[in-house]
Design a protein around this ligand. Structure first.
Ligand code: ADP
Ligand code: MG
Length: 616
């Protein structure tokens, strides 16, 4: 029998290796920028199109490559950074495997232009699917430009696996931030679809954080500094009151590399224990320096986990360093303005007392008095859908209870188990007046007991179906012109979200436009006419971003969900009897009265039997 084992041709080996190094456009961004930094660049430009699917280009002013290296760099295991295995333990560069460019060139169209400092001519190389198409001298500028186009053009299965442009954009942005946060001394810019997202100049870390996250961060951050024999920790943490409901501003770096570590994250959270509410996360940006021999970064090219020799000791050091930093800021505000600002709240003067804030509510106010209810079926019509319109003009505004609706994690609706759907048929609301409990739940009696309805979730369900409804229902979304146009400035990173969102919001009662960096608000849906328009529009965006995690949910649903979650009356809002009756009617006319669009229970049932048992 003849031998059957063969060596794989290089281009196939590269394609297989590419699967490990390049998962998505963001991985290309990481590899290219890291190469630029290794090449000693002080200025790096990142240009991205369509979330990186069409183009990722990095232009640097680093050392450039010779003609020979410009060709060699695309070979597998071609690296200028290590020569012997021993070098692995003294790594000072970001790359060392010599795999990135070979992998990228195997699954994309790559244009390289590079020129060494002081040389007259540079080199241009075009390479597609590992095949060199062209190599010629080029009169380019000093440094290197690598453009990676049409990622995975020859691996359709992987291309299809990519998320939407916005999803990929978000990952690219994260990658860019990880680099920007660790190299504040570099000039960095990031353009997406020709839109300038960031232009960062050399600055110190605090300035960079403020530049990236906005001015308020100057007041929010506390410096951390700790030096021991095994680790040096520097960086910033957030004051407890600025903890967020998302943990997206948690950054750990070791020897200038971003990494993730649940154990260390736990150490940080433990330091905040008792001073921030549960399920809140303080932003943190912490930088560790350890001897290069004491960590193993050689785990996986794209993995962000790093093994530390002195894991447990470092845990204890992190915890105490943070406690100390927080303690300093609480007990002994320093006058060192470089480091820390002083208290925001002036101490009380003698004889002064704190006034409890009061909210005035007119309990007799009934915004529905002039409204006609066009849903007139009996509450038991259940899933039949019935025709109804909700013109809940003005659930008068009380500051929304943020806690209540921020903690509604969005779940895929299709995963939700529909409980007790048979209930639809049995529910017959008795014509007794509903009662509101704790300004949050509505108690209503039914023939065989009573129901407790979560008012926010109920209204969310009703609005969700309305926004998802056909044009007939949409036309019932009336808008209310504002007396004066309101506007607010957006964060440039959010521009792609706004561009996607605005046309949809304008179909749903808003009148919004994007002028430069500002969103102009001319009208809002009548349902929300008493809300603060700026907060409302921002909340829709927050909800929309949140729903981003559900890639499989279609855009219409995400928009409807964002609108519903933002416009629904919040827990904490007092409702009149008519409002409650109206909401109950609308809820039972909806398709899924039991389950909120976030997948949460709307109704709790208490049967007479259960009630009777309790008295036994
Ligand atoms: P690694 O970074 O692990 O060495 P890469 O495949 O990323 O492997 O790059 C291969 C080699 O190409 C690098 O070692 C470096 O010599 C060269 N190179 C890559 N990008 C640049 C750049 N922007 N400027 C100068 N040289 C570069
Ligand atoms: Mg590299």
């Amino acid at each position: 029998m003849s031998d059957i084992i063969q060596l794989l041709p290089d281009h196939i080996a590269n394609q297989i290796a590419a699967g490990e190094v390049v998962q998505r456009p963001a991985s290309v961004v990481k590899e290219l920028i890291e190469n630029s930094i290794d090449a000693g660049a002080t200025k790096i430009e990142l240009l991205v199109k369509d979330g990186g699917k069409t183009l990722v280009q990095v232009v640097d002013n680093g050392c450039g490559m010779t003609e020979g290296d410009a060709r060699m760099c695309f070979e597998r295991h071609a690296t200028s950074k290590i020569k012997a295995a021993d070098d692995l333990f003294k790594l000072r560069t970001k790359g060392f495997r010599g795999e990135a460019l070979a992998s990228i060139a195997a699954i994309a169209h790559v244009d390289l232009k590079t020129k060494q400092v002081g040389e007259e001519l540079g080199t241009a190389v075009i390479i597609e699917g590992s095949k060199v198409i062209e190599q010629k001298p080029s009169a380019c500028v000093e440094g290197t430009s690598i453009a990676v186009k049409n990622l995975f053009y020859n691996v359709p299965a992987r291309r299809n696996f990519l998320g939407s442009d916005i999803t990929e954009y978000r990952k690219v942005l994260d990658e860019f931030l990880r680099i920007a946060l660790v190299h504040p001394n570099l000039t960095l810019s990031f353009k997406h679809n020709n839109e300038l997202i960031y232009q960062l100049h050399p600055q110190n870390l605090r300035q960079r954080l403020v530049n990236i996250y906005g001015k308020p961060y100057n007041e929010r951050l506390v410096a951390v500094e700790e030096e021991t024999d095994i680790v040096k920790i520097t960086g910033f943490i957030s004051k407890p009151e600025f903890a967020r409901s998302k943990s997206d501003q948690s950054f750990l770096f070791v020897n200038d590399r971003f990494f993730k570590d649940r154990y260390f994250h736990h150490a940080i959270m433990a330091a905040y224990d008792g001073i921030i509410p549960q399920s809140k996360y303080p932003p943190y940006f912490l930088y560790f320096s350890v001897p290069t021999e004491s960590i193993d970064v050689n785990v996986h090219p794209t993995k962000t986990e790093i093994k530390f020799e002195e894991n447990q000791a470092i845990y204890a050091i992190i915890r105490s360093a943070i406690k100390q930093a927080l303690g300093k800021f609480n007990v002994a505000p320093t006058l060192d303005f470089e480091h820390e600002s002083t208290f925001d709240v002036p101490p009380l003067k003698e004889g002064e007392s704190i006034q409890v804030p009061q909210i005035k509510v007119n309990p007799d106010y009934n915004p529905f008095n002039s409204e006609k209810k066009s849903y007139s079926g009996s509450a038991s019509s259940g899933g039949s859908g019935g025709s109804y319109t909700i013109q809940s003009k003005g659930f008068s505004s009380i500051q929304p209870n943020k806690e209540e609706w921020e903690d509604e994690p969005i779940k895929k609706e299709t995963q939700v188990e529909v409980v007790a759907s048979s209930m639809n048929d049995e529910v017959e609301i008795e014509k007794k007046k509903p009662v509101q409990i704790n300004n949050k739940y509505i108690l209503t009696s039914v023939k065989n007991g009573f129901l407790l309805i979560d008012q926010y979730r109920a209204h969310c369900r009703v609005l969700f179906e309305k926004f998802l409804g056909g044009s007939e229902e949409k036309s019932t979304v009336n808008s209310q012109k504002l007396l004066f146009t309101e506007s607010f400035e957006i964060d440039s990173t959010e521009k792609p979200f706004w561009s996607e969102l605005l046309p949809h919001l304008n179909e749903n009662g808003f009148e919004l436009s994007l002028k430069g960096k500002e969103i102009m608000i001319d009208a809002v849906p009548v349902d929300a006419k008493d809300e603060n328009p700026v907060k409302l529009v921002q909340s829709v965006l927050d909800q929309f971003k949140e729903s981003e995690q559900l890639e499989e949910v279609d855009l219409q649903k995400r928009i409807a969900l964002s609108l519903a979650a933002s416009l629904a009356i919040k827990g904490g809002k007092r409702l009149g009897v008519d409002e409650m009756e109206f909401l109950i009617d609308a809820l039972f006319a909806s398709e899924m009265p039991q389950i909120s669009p976030h997948g949460k229970k709307i109704i709790e049932t208490f049967t007479l039997d259960e009630i009777t048992k309790r008295f036994n």
